[in-house]
Design a protein around this ligand. Structure first.
Ligand code: URA
Length: 306
């Protein structure tokens, strides 16, 4: 790369090299997606807002009533002339309380999975939406006996809009195949449907904002068995405080709102890629799942025809 200092104007090649070096530096520092074209100094913005608020507070207010005649009162607009109602997003949707309330109202109103996906697409209460490329709703077959819920989409899922298609997803496919299941034999979703930039774990607030949608998705998909892949799905859906390595492979109950189904926490495939020795535990849990499916099938074939 060409050496340069502040004084010497750069020719095109040197400028290109300098820009590439700058991007390399960002990548090495962990930047993996561009959110905006210009940098923002949030500290300066916050200081400016505080200063404006202080000036507004200090502004002298008129001591007497305004002597000007009051403007004529507007005739109330007939409903047909009013602007169309905005979707049910609360005014301060990023406030965690109102985001969760908005999510609950939108999710409860969705009568089927396509309506739920549309409601989620219009939901503004989770900041992850702003940096994600796609809404990653689901894959597989709604109504399948097994529903798998993971953590959050990664880069490949964000690009394709389909959950579990990257390296972890390919391992999940192999894990399912090991017990005779194809992707189309299960229904797959995540506790958060937008990719957290940089693949970080979603914050509890981000999960809480999306959770009413995930719970409604489970209720509408109506599986017999819920597999929670990894700690966030296990903690947020099953209310478990213990770590995933303690609780994995243990049957728990999940209330869909209509009935109680069985839930099985498992180690996340992304964790297994980093800790391949733990695959033996995952294999144990997969056999537990396979046994439950067989048991279920036997019970169904033992029961009298309906
Ligand atoms: N990890 C997840 O938890 N979900 C995906 O969709 C992909 C990777």
């Amino acid at each position: 790369m060409a050496a340069f200092d502040d004084e010497t104007p750069l020719d095109d090649d040197a400028l290109r090299d300098a820009l590439i070096a700058l991007v390399d530096l960002d990548v090495a520092a962990g930047v993996d997606c561009a959110l905006d074209e210009t940098p923002h100094d949030r500290f300066a913005e916050a200081a400016r807002q505080r200063e404006e608020a202080r000036r507004e507070d200090a502004r002298p207010r008129p001591a007497v009533a305004d002597p000007r005649p009051a403007p004529p009162r507007e005739r109330p607009q007939p409903a047909a002339e009013r602007a169309p109602a905005r979707p049910a997003v609360f005014p301060d949707a990023l406030d965690p309380g109102s985001a969760a309330a908005s999510a609950r109202a939108l999710a409860a109103a969705a009568e089927d999975l396509p309506a739920l996906e549309r409601a989620l697409a219009g939901f503004e209460g989770c900041a992850l939406k702003a940096s994600a490329r796609s809404l990653v709703f689901a894959d597989g077959t709604p109504g399948a006996r097994v529903m798998i819920v993971g953590e959050a989409p990664g880069a490949d899922e964000d690009r394709t809009g389909i959950p579990f298609v990257g390296r972890a997803g390919q391992l999940l496919d192999r894990m399912l195949a090991a017990i005779g299941l194809a992707r189309t034999d299960v229904y797959i979703a995540n506790v958060v449907p937008w990719r957290p930039a940089g693949n970080r774990t979603p914050t509890p607030q981000e999960v809480a904002a999306c959770l009413p949608f995930t719970r409604r998705q489970i209720a509408l998909a109506d599986p017999d068995i819920l597999v929670c892949m990894g700690a966030p799905a296990t903690q947020h859906l099953l209310g478990v405080r213990e770590g995933i390595t303690k609780v994995r492979g243990r049957w728990l109950d999940y209330d869909t709102g209509v009935r109680t189904i069985r839930a099985l926490p498992m180690l996340h495939p992304a964790y297994l890629l980093r800790q391949p020795l733990q695959k033996r535990l995952a294999w144990r849990d997969l056999r537990t799942l396979r046994a439950a499916l067989r048991e279920n099938a036997d019970q169904a074939s033992d029961s009298p025809p309906r």
